[in-house]
Design a protein around this ligand. Structure first.
Ligand SMILES: Nc1ncnc2c1ncn2[C@@H]1O[C@H](COP(=O)(O)OP(=O)(O)OP(=O)(O)O)[C@@H](O)[C@H]1O
Ligand SMILES: [Mg+2]
Length: 404
């Protein structure tokens, strides 16, 4: 069918034509926004899940929801080996700029921006040469607040001040942090402390995070009280009804429908994982001859979708691993339970690190560097002590089909 009208959108952070199966999360967030704006106690929200389940897309949607209610918002994508100060300053700057036109006292805004600038300029990653970087803030930095150099103290002060700007305007500020597991321990700790302070004072500022399944463990390693601080929402693959909606509703709008058997095959292939739904949906659309998509269309298109995923989704990640890391992942894949059933998330179940060592005939300690760097690269995670699992759905299956 006409590829120009193809509605599906495989790709990191690509807005899907239909955001299926996330009504609960959207409803919860509506209540959170309303409560926070009224100064009610509310926990910050953290979305966790595997690669490609739709965390970024959901985070962006929650952000739009906040904007729709007149909130000031900003977003950060955390990166390993990058400090929080600069991106956070940029995000807060954006959020406050959105509120500024509604604020009655422009000098209050300028005061805050001065504090924000001082906060940002305190960033000195190398500690040596002063680099020329400047936050794009047109007021002079104000010394004495949020610029102590201790990120924890500074964040608490900064968030408190930002919150009071939002209070003046009668709204809130939302800070959205993607790939949150990549923040440094110091930054995570400081964020937890700042969120803790906010929740106690009822300041209308919330942090909404998204990250891999071990993010809760990262947060509680930083601050033991983080479990009480955040409301964790596990973002998972879609159930059959939602997966069908993700495919059918966009097609319907183009006057196209699916035969039930075609939907069976697509669910089997995708396992309900949003990225795969988009990838198989897109290939199927391109191959379909008529406006009623049938099983044969899926059968023809599936190998093409698989080939594309093998390069773009799996291969690009495999390439990032060193030979030792690849060996480690292959051992993990060889251990994954039995023959994966189609559409079975359990095919990528966690495996014991001791078992990986046994398969490779190595001492477990000698494998720690490979395991740790795989975790740092976000390819595997350790949900429970002594076990590891792939962050990428169906990655074990992919590795088993690749020649050594
Ligand atoms: N609820 C949904 N319904 C249908 N498609 C979705 C849904 N959520 C996400 N998608 C699609 O899934 C793909 C992956 O989404 P996204 O990039 O948000 O995942 P992610 O969890 O952030 O992945 P990663 O961990 O790699 O960053 C995109 O192509 C998106 O369009
Ligand atoms: Mg993402």
């Amino acid at each position: 069918m006409d590829p120009v009208r193809n509605p599906y959108a495989p790709g990191a952070g690509q807005r899907p034509p239909e955001l299926a199966g996330r009504d609960r999360e959207l409803d919860v967030f509506d209540v959170v926004l309303e409560r926070v704006a009224r100064g009610r106690p509310e926990r910050s929200l953290v979305l966790t899940g595997l690669r490609g389940v739709g965390k970024t897309v959901l985070l962006n949607t929650l952000r739009s929801q906040a904007i729709g209610r007149g909130w000031g918002t900003g977003k950060i994508e955390a990166r390993t080996d990058h400090g929080l100060r600069r991106p956070l300053a940029a995000a807060l700057h954006m959020a406050v700029r959105e509120l500024a036109p509604r604020h009655r006292a422009p000098d209050r805004i300028d005061d805050f921006l001065g504090v924000l600038k001082a906060f940002a300029l305190r960033d000195n990653p190398t500690g040596k040469i002063r680099d020329r970087w400047q936050p794009g803030i047109d007021v002079p930095a104000r010394a004495g607040r949020a610029d102590s150099g201790d990120i924890e103290i500074d964040l608490v002060e900064l968030f408190t001040d930002a919150g009071s700007i939002a209070t003046d305007v009668g709204t809130g500020i939302g800070l959205f942090i993607d790939e949150m597991q990549d923040l440094s321990t110091v930054d995570v700790s400081a964020l937890c402390a700042a969120c803790n302070e906010l929740s106690q004072t009822g300041a209308p500022l919330i942090v909404v995070g998204a990250g891999l399944p071990h993010l809760p463990a990262v947060l509680s390693a930083a601050k033991s009280y983080s479990e009480r601080l955040f409301r964790y929402q596990r973002i998972d693959r879609l159930d059959r009804i939602s997966a069908d909606q993700a495919l059918c509703l966009p097609a319907q709008r183009e006057g196209v429908e699916y035969e039930p058997k075609a939907l069976d095959l697509l669910y089997e292939a995708s396992g309900g994982y949003p990225y795969f739904i988009q990838a198989y949906g897109k290939a199927t659309w391109d191959h379909a001859a008529g406006t009623r998509i049938c099983a044969a269309d899926v059968a023809v298109a599936a190998p093409e979708a698989e080939a594309e995923l093998a390069v773009g989704f799996f291969g690009s990640r495999y390439e990032r691993a060193t030979p030792a890391e690849r060996e480690y992942m292959r051992a993990m894949a060889s251990l994954a339970t039995g023959v994966p059933r189609a559409g079975d998330g359990e095919a990528d179940a966690a495996v014991a690190t001791a078992e990986v060592a046994r398969v490779l005939a190595r001492r477990p300690a000698s494998l720690s560097p490979a395991r740790d760097s795989l975790i740092k690269k976000g390819l595997i995670y350790s949900g429970e002590r002594g076990t590891v699992a792939f962050t990428v759905p169906h990655f074990g299956r992919y590795l088993r089909t690749q020649p050594a």
